[in-house]
Design a protein around this ligand. Sequence first.
Ligand code: R5P
Length: 308
Amino acid sequence: MSSDVFLLYFEDEAEFALRLADEAKLTPQLIHRHRFPDNELKLRFPPKLPSHVVLLRSLVDPNEKLIELLLVVSTARQLGVEHVTLIAPYLAYMRQDIAFEPGEVVSQRVIGAFLASLFDAVITVDPHLHRIATLDEAIPGTTTVVLSGAPLLGDLVAKHHADPILIGPDRESSQWVALAAQRHGFDYAVCEKVRHGDQSVDIELPSISFYGRAIVILDDIVSSGRTIACAAQRLIAAGAVSVDVAVTHALFAHDALNVITSAGVSSTWSTDCISHPTNAVSISPLIAAELNKLDGFMNLRAVAKKSP
Ligand code: R5P
């Protein structure tokens, strides 16, 4: 069923976008994207837009996509759009939240301010917030909605294992591990992680018994895969009968999937916040439900219907 609120999307996210549009009862509208020989972009969407549009852009490989956001939203505003909601199932640049050395850019602050300057609302899933408590602090002055993939991953784990231990590879993961484990009464714990570099981490297991147990490592992000690989090796050495992985954001940079498979991981499951062959559960029903719940959204839908 169509509506007067457009869901703008790019071709590479068409499958997710069309499903979400159907679930949230939005009108899907493709943004045509032309790349010039020199790599600059030309974008085109319908010349007439309603007063509220929702833009879907998961920010994996974010650098060019941030330029797309700027081009889309600036043009939408020129065409009279009053309210723009960003759905970014994966929100990039959230991990760099502090300057570890003088002069280092705090990307979370810069990108957060950029998104705040463009969007009236931002909906995302499991953003990596370490040293701040809420996404509002990273994207100030904008309505923010944070959803979690952890309950979906917990439900998926329950289909494969009757009595697993859920393990978070570092302290930050404890929020997601607890959320997934508690709804099924699973045992859970988190490790201590020290990162030495992009490709180098060390992990100390919590002092519980893993002998003879099925383990699922649950985390928000797999990037280089080194965190998961190190945790899996330690768990297998501690007597785990199997180690699987459940993750919200399947970044899987370069050889990450091989690295974690070689470390002994059996199955890897992810949400479709980022499209990847490991996708096993979809986040779109959760986003659709949130869109329909947002009072502001519903009011704006009513306003959009009255527009000529
Ligand atoms: C950071 O603490 C995150 O929760 C992940 O554990 C981390 O980003 C994974 O990175 P990698 O796969 O490169 O070890």
